[in-house]
Design a protein around this ligand. Structure first.
Ligand SMILES: Cc1cc2nc3c(=O)[nH]c(=O)nc-3n(C[C@H](O)[C@H](O)[C@H](O)COP(=O)(O)OP(=O)(O)OC[C@H]3O[C@@H](n4cnc5c(N)ncnc54)[C@H](O)[C@@H]3O)c2cc1C
Length: 410
């Protein structure tokens, strides 16, 4: 049997729920949300702390309460939610293969929105040295244990990283009876902005910047780590290691289905309406670029949901047209640009009013945008990795045949 809808959204985190709700609000009849977990909420379900929801709902929620609010919103707006449904492949003609309770079936729609989020890079992907004792976890795994199962696996972990999620890990430990032995960041500065980066100091947890993990030691379980800090080495006694951040977009579906990814971002390339190279597919949220806040993912989902509703409101004959795409060129030290290309005809009315850029390293110099070789925007300053840089889309974008971001150091 084939399950059909007007639009199918894959992923029930903030981005996917916001897209599905917006489609219903704009009169799209059959909107189906497929979520592989038992409940909606995505990464927010595990974050037992605030703040979530201020911008989108005008009040502050903890992660689990925010996830419940998303569930209520989906129900209230008549979204057909299919929890426990894992999408296992995407097909060119907006058809999906989906597994649920050991049964595989086909789902199809006029449009598909992919909102599968991001995940933290594993220990192996980060090439961390040392032995393999039990007790090395990601923040997502820790928060899953604590929030979903009431288990705290550590008393005194060492936490690696300095992104926002790192400080979420510190908070989770403190709230659930563990006291981190240290926070360790390889860079000489914190990746998250202050005041989040002040948090370890405020709660008396040593924060080593510019420190390299040299070894994870222990028999059956982690007993200590060795770090290099300046010209010294230091052993820190601990009972676990939390590897935080280094998010990567959850793009397994795109890769296994032979759909290409954007330069740098390791994410699907989209245009200014969130539309992928295959114009029947759209994407929003952290799958586009790791990693954003819940509020950002929600707003992006809502904007892309609106764009899909506009697309479906066109006469059927117009819908499948695929105007020429102009790629947005860039080179390192720029890491990624979202959207990765512009579809010329509708640039002025796009869902995303800004380009988002990230840098691969801390750099100082001038960032500029050129349209057909003419500089239309520039900003001088210092740019840090994993910090979003927003560049407004100029009106002339829709007519440009060459779009390029340039960076000159100095
Ligand atoms: C530890 C931690 C702490 C955080 N703290 C904060 C905070 O305090 N404030 C804040 O604003 N943000 C916070 N964030 C960020 C916020 O949670 C994310 O930005 C937000 O959840 C991203 O939304 P999303 O919809 O893009 O993806 P996600 O929330 O990751 O949702 C993606 C969904 O897709 C589903 N999925 C994936 N693949 C498939 C498939 N093949 N089939 C079906 N379903 C699939 C997943 O199960 C998941 O439910 C935190 C994140 C983490 C990890």
């Amino acid at each position: 049997m084939v399950n059909a809808a007007d639009v199918i959204v894959i992923g029930g985190g903030p981005a996917g729920v916001a897209a599905a709700v917006e489609l219903r609000r704009r009169g799209v009849e059959r909107v189906m949300l497929l979520e592989r977990e038992a409940d909606l909420g995505g990464a927010t379900r595990h974050c037992g702390h605030s703040p979530f929801g201020m911008r989108e709902f005008g009040r502050v929620y903890s992660g689990p309460a925010y996830a419940r609010r998303l569930t209520v919103e989906a129900e209230r707006h008549g979204v057909t939610v299919r929890a426990g449904h894992s999408v296992v492949s995407l097909h060119d003609e907006a058809r999906l293969t989906v597994a649920c309770n050991g049964v595989v079936s086909q789902f199809e729609a006029e449009r598909i929105i992919v909102a599968t989020g991001a995940r933290e890079a594993s220990r192996a992907a980060r090439l961390l040295p040392g032995g393999r004792p039990v007790g090395v976890l990601s923040t997502g795994a820790l928060q899953g244990y604590v929030t979903l199962h009431g288990l705290m696996p550590f008393r005194r972990p060492v936490i690696l990283g300095s992104e926002l999620v790192t400080f979420s890990a510190v908070l989770t430990c403190l709230r659930h009876g563990a006291r981190p032995a240290a926070v360790v960041e390889a860079l000489p500065y914190a990746l998250a902005r202050a005041p989040a980066s002040w948090f370890p100091g405020l709660v008396g947890v040593p924060f080593f910047r510019g420190a390299t993990l040299l070894d994870i030691q222990g028999g059956a379980r982690v007993e200590s780590v060795r770090i290099g800090h300046g010209d010294k080495t230091r052993d820190i006694a601990c009972d676990g290691v939390l590897v935080t951040g280094h998010f990567v977009p959850e793009t397994s579906l795109f890769l296994s289905s032979g759909m290409g990814l954007a330069q740098g971002a390791r994410a699907p390339a989209i245009d200014q309406d969130g539309r992928c190279a295959n114009p029947l597919y759209f994407a929003c949220g952290n799958v586009l670029r790791a990693v954003e806040t819940g509020g950002w993912a929600f707003r992006e989902g809502r904007a892309i949901g609106a764009a899909v509703a506009r697309d479906l409101a066109q006469p059927r004959a117009m819908r499948r047209q695929d105007p020429p795409r102009v790629p947005v060129a860039f080179e390192q030290p720029i890491k990624l640009v979202v959207p990765g290309y512009v579809r010329a005809e509708d640039a002025a009315a796009g869902a995303l009013g800004e380009f988002q850029l990230r840098f691969i390293a801390r750099v100082r110099g001038e960032l500029s945008l050129e349209l057909d070789g003419v500089r239309v925007w520039a900003r001088r300053g210092e740019f840090l990795p994993e910090r979003r840089v927003l560049v407004p889309m100029p009106a002339a974008l829709h007519a440009a045949r060459h779009i390029a971001f340039r960076f000159g150091e100095g």
